[in-house]
Design a protein around this ligand. Structure first.
Ligand SMILES: CC(C)(COP(=O)(O)OP(=O)(O)OC[C@H]1O[C@@H](n2cnc3c(N)ncnc32)[C@H](O)[C@@H]1OP(=O)(O)O)[C@@H](O)C(=O)NCCC(=O)NCCS
Length: 169
């Protein structure tokens, strides 16, 4: 293993992966009633999640899965959407990233939660081969809670995948 690979596997705090992406909702992002399309929001969630995965792993990453999303409040044309992401936990080649979506009313300065999503990214090299990812170090109580939750979610989604595969046989 060379020095660069060693450095890539250095444990990193969650804070190093924290990312924020801001989008202004334009007419092309909305349905005929002026409400943000769910598919557009999912696209932004994927991109915001990828930012954190790249920052943490110092590598390319592909989306392996995205959990279900509940849209809590409608978002309208002209609204400002804020997507905050961070790596919650690393396994081997995969990492769980949490994305929180907020809508900001820039007239009143208030923010409302729109959605939360958990995504799994797998680190790959430029040939698409899986790579080991550096451990992530939770430093706050909130980060520790998400770190523990990530293991439970991984086990639950594995069980669910196995159940679906068995049902197909
Ligand atoms: C995701 C992908 C790299 C997994 O490759 P694979 O050889 O089937 O994976 P493995 O079974 O060896 O698992 C590799 C890791 O991915 C995780 N993983 C695989 N499928 C997963 C899924 N559906 N959800 C969550 N994690 C998953 C495994 O748990 C494992 O994690 P670990 O290394 O941290 O323990 C591969 O399926 C792929 O390239 N998919 C397409 C990705 C893509 O193009 N995404 C864009 C959307 S189209």
């Amino acid at each position: 293993m060379d020095d660069k690979q060693n450095d890539n596997l250095r444990p990193r705090p969650v804070s190093e992966s924290k990312s924020e992406m801001i989008e202004l909702v334009l007419p092309n992002d909305t349905n005929p009633l002026g409400a943000l399309l769910g598919g557009r929001l999912m696209h932004w969630i994927d991109l915001a999640g990828a930012l954190a995965a790249h920052r943490h792993s110092h590598s390319y990453a592909v989306t392996a899965s995205m959990d279900h999303i509940d849209f809590l409040v409608p978002v309208h044309v002209g609204d400002m959407v804020i997507l905050q992401s961070a790596v919650n936990r690393v396994f081997h080649s995969s990492m769980e990233v949490g994305v929180k979506v907020l809508v900001e009313n820039y007239i009143s300065g208030t923010r409302q939660k729109v959605a939360t999503a958990y995504l799994t990214f797998v680190a790959v090299d430029r040939f698409g081969r899986k790579l080991q990812v550096a451990p992530v170090v939770p430093e706050t109580e909130e980060e520790q809670r998400r770190y523990e939750g990530a293991l439970r979610r991984r086990e639950a989604s594995r069980n669910e995948r196995e159940r679906r595969q068995a049902a197909r046989r």
